[in-house]
Design a protein around this ligand. Sequence first.
Ligand SMILES: Nc1nc2c(c(=O)[nH]1)N[C@H]1C(S)=C(S)[C@@H](COP(=O)(O)O)O[C@H]1N2
Ligand SMILES: [Mo]
Length: 319
Amino acid sequence: MINIRKPRWSVSENLVTPESVFLNRRQWLKSAGLIAAASALPNLASAAVPGDPWEPAPETNPSFADPGRPITSEADNTTYNNFYEFGSHKQIYDEAQALQTDGWSIKIDGMVEQEQTVGVEDLITKMPIEERIYRHRCVEAWSMVVPWIGFPLGELVKMAKPLSSAKYVQFQTFLDPDTARGQRQHWYPWPYTEGVTMAEAMNDLSLMVVGAYGKILHKPFGAPIRLHLPWKYGFKHIKSIDRITFTDKRPVSFWEELQAKEYGFWANVNPEVPHPRWSQATEKVLGTQDRIPTLLFNGYSEEVAHLYTDVNEGDRLWR
Ligand SMILES: Nc1nc2c(c(=O)[nH]1)N[C@H]1C(S)=C(S)[C@@H](COP(=O)(O)O)O[C@H]1N2
Ligand SMILES: [Mo]
C-alpha cells in the first residue's frame, strides 16, 4: 500500500483569511490555471498523482483534523471514482481529463433576492478556505477518508440571499454530452441533480469542496467544485456543480428518479437500514482488505442527529 500522507496539524488562532492571502490566492490561481491556461509546473508535493498544489496550504480545521481512521491514499482515491458523466464504472480518471474548468461559474437562481452568476475563482478568493478530513461512505458499502479543501456551504447560502419561503437547495452538474460521453446514455436523467433542506445546507458539516490532498480539486473528484455531506451516502455529494436553485419543492435527485426505492432524498448513513439489495451494516475500506462496522450518520450524530427529530419515522433515516 502507498504511504498514508499525514495531515498538517498546524492550527492557527485565526481561521479567517487575511487580505494578503486573498491576493496571493488570486495570483496563484492565475498561475495554477483556473483563471488562465493550465500551467505546466511540475508538482513537487506529490510526484505520484499530478496536480497543482494549493498555495499557501490551507489550515486544517481543528474540529475536523482527526477522522479516527487513516487517510485513503491519493493514488487509490483517484483511480476509484463514481462519476457517471464519464462512465458507469470506477476507472474514469482519463475520461474525466476532458473536463474544462477554466472560467467555471455557478448560476444561483430560484427563490433568491436576486439571481446571480458567480465564478469559482471568486468564491475561492472570498470564502474562508480550510482543510477538513472527512469520512466518506458510499451507498455501495465502501468507504474512504479524504483531506478535502473547501468552505462551508452555509457561507454560500448567505451570499445567495434566499427568500424566507425557500425550503430546499437544489444542485445541478454541468450538461455537456460532447465532453462527458456518459451523458450520451439517454436512459439516465441528465443532468445529475441533488438537493438538501435549508437546515442541512446551513449545518456546519456541509462543505463545498474545491481541493483535496493539498491540491486544486482533481477532475475525477468533480472539479472545480463539488459538495461533501459526510453523514450522508456518497451519491448526495454532487460533482462539478454549475447551478444552485433555491426552491420550496423537494428536489428529486438523479438516483431517486432512476430508482426511488433504493436511493431516497434523505440518504443518511444508517447500518440498520439495508439497501433493498444488500446490507449496510459494514463497509469495505478503500485501499485495504479491511471491512469495518458502519456507524449511524457515519459517526457524525453529534453534529446532525437533531436535524431529523421532526422528520417522519420511516421516511427519516433512509428515504
Ligand atoms: N455529478 C456526479 N456527482 C457524483 C456522482 C456522479 O456519478 N456524478 N457520483 C456520486 C457517488 S455515488 C459517490 S460515492 C461520490 C464519489 O466521489 P469520489 O469519486 O470523489 O470518491 O460522488 C458522487 N457525486
Ligand atoms: Mo456512491
